[in-house]
Design a binder for this molecule. Structure first.
Ligand code: NAP
Length: 477
């Protein structure tokens, strides 16, 4: 599978080799999987030039035809689901079953936006004072630069490429250097699905800042869309501010997971496993702080620790493996450091608290109880298989703890009381809330955060709006 993936840059429909190369590691073995092209800043601008050149024709392509191209790509992703799943497992580590789940989820953005392409609508109204007619029209924003992270190599690409193409925009995509292969394979699928040359361009590079800066500063770029850490997002917003560039930012999270005293504990534990362990804990939506009512916290902790302790850790391509490796050795060191900090501050270890010897970058699923809210892991993304529990006595205390973070991507709450559920959902400071469920991602819903978790939404009817400008025409009769 790896051999059949193009390794060059995709610029204007041509696959271009470079003198340098970026090695791609298999995190389960520490070995090198492949090498891909290493773009220079000049090649980054060439990719943007190609997107600019292809822009007018793509914007003028019938919406139905834009949608059909996406629909074909959706079907091809399904037909090649096993290949894409294997590729993601090899370059990123997630178990094969989860990687297959990401193919389904990622492909769905192409289907959703293939349907949205033909529903871009404006408005016609009469001015309140009469006479003038107000025409409101939607137009593609123009060439887009899309930067994606390593944790969902397929879905973070389709969630940007899908709406951009549906809206009539052309794109330059830059995947993370750690996981470029899935994006390159995706670009090949898009070519085969009939995407014209220059409409989708891909650059891979070992120096993302130096290559991205001139693209963001270029007067022909119209939109920057980024998924990644809040730290890098801040840098990119500053760079984009120079040109008042339209930006969408899907940034870091620090999700609270609230369990009230009336919650169905079986459901809460099942939801916790999903919210914590999806993607080995390496998800922006990962439950990062378990905030549990004091009357049920011991029972919840016991059941969660039993489930977490029973998980099989290993290489994602092996049968029966539940938890793959973390993405690199730095990720293992960070997780280990956060756990040590919490234990030193008085947290009790219910299971785990162990780096698993290599090769590969493994950490044992861990549950910590009585974690002081001042522990570092309550302020930072853990991005690993660690579930820290703290307790609360009143609903007000639970909400205050949950909102005590600069982030606001997603929150989870478990309760059987409908009034409490709605009240809590309204008071939680996050762009998304999972009520009695441990997963919120859905292509038909607006995914995104508030506070330092980002700007804009991906998916749902809102998703395409990020790639459209609104123009108003006043017509005197
Ligand atoms: P990251 O370090 O911020 O990197 C994300 C992307 O930005 C990569 O492609 C990276 O390329 C690139 N990049 C880094 N520095 C850059 C710069 N100065 N200029 C331009 N591009 C630059 O994040 P990550 O470690 O890959 O991903 C994990 C983070 O993403 C977590 O914080 C997670 O919460 C967040 N995330 C958010 C969402 C969401 O929807 N809100 C979804 C998934 C992940 P290189 O790696 O090649 O340098």
């Amino acid at each position: 599978m790896v051999d059949s993936v193009p390794k060059g840059l995709l610029i204007g429909g041509q696959w271009i080799a470079t003198s340098g190369a970026v090695p791609v590691e298999n995190p389960a073995t520490g070995g090198t999987l492949a090498e891909v092209a290493d773009a220079t800043p000049e090649q980054g601008i060439q990719a943007l030039d190609a997107a600019v050149a292809a822009g007018p024709a793509w914007a003028a392509t019938d919406p139905r035809e834009r949608g059909e191209v996406l629909r074909r790509a959706f079907e091809m992703l399904h037909a090649r689901a096993d290949d894409f799943a294997l590729l993601m497992t090899l370059e990123m580590g997630k178990p094969l079953a989860e990687a297959r789940g990401e193919v389904t989820y990622g492909a769905e953005f192409f289907r959703w936006f293939s349907e949205e392409a033909v529903r871009i609508a404006g408005r016609y109204s009469v001015a309140p004072s009469g006479g003038t007619r107000l025409l409101t029209m939607k137009q593609p924003v123009g060439p887009v630069y899309a930067i994606t992270p390593w944790n969902f190599p397929l879905a973070m690409g389709t969630r940007k490429i899908g709406p951009a193409l549906a809206a009539g925009c052309t794109v330059v995509v830059k995947p993370a250097a750690q996981t470029p292969l899935t994006t390159l394979a995706l670009a090949k699928v898009l070519q085969e699905a009939g995407v014209p040359d220059g409409v989708v361009n891909v650059i891979t590079t070992s120096h993302s800042g130096a290559v991205s800066q001139p693209i963001i500063a270029h007067p022909r770029l119209r939109k920057l869309t980024f998924t990644g850490s809040t730290e890098v997002g801040r840098t990119l917003i500053r760079e984009a501010a120079e040109r008042v560039l339209k930006v969408s930012m899907e940034l870091g999270g620090n999700a609270p997971f609230l369990v009230f005293d009336d919650a169905d504990l079986d459901r809460a534990v099942a939801g916790a496993m999903l919210a914590k362990m999806r993607n080995i804990g390496e998800a922006c939506t990962a439950a990062n702080r378990f905030i549990v009512h004091e009357s049920v916290a011991d029972e919840f902790g016991k059941r969660l620790a039993e489930r977490m302790g029973a998980l099989t850790v290993g290489s994602g391509i092996d049968d029966g493996v539940d938890v793959g490796p973390l993405v690199d050795s730095a990720a293992v060191a960070k997780v280990s450091e956060l756990v040590t900090d919490a234990v030193d501050a008085g947290a009790r270890v219910l299971t785990g608290n162990r780096v698993i010897d290599g090769p590969g970058h493994f950490y044992a699923p861990t549950v910590l109880h009585d974690v002081p809210p001042t522990a570092r892991m309550f302020a930072e993304e853990i991005f690993g298989p660690v579930a820290p529990i703290t307790t609360f006595a009143t609903d007000d205390e639970a909400i205050a703890l949950a909102n005590n973070t600069e982030f606001g991507l997603v929150s989870y709450a478990f309760t059987k009381d409908l009034t409490r559920a709605i009240t809590v959902a309204e008071r939680l400071e996050s762009g998304m809330v999972g009520l009695n469920q441990g997963i919120v991602s859905n292509p038909a819903a607006p995914f995104g955060g508030i506070k330092s978790s980002g700007l804009g939404r991906e998916g749902g009817p809102e998703g395409i709006e990020e790639y459209l400008e609104t123009k108003y025409v006043g017509l005197a009769l």
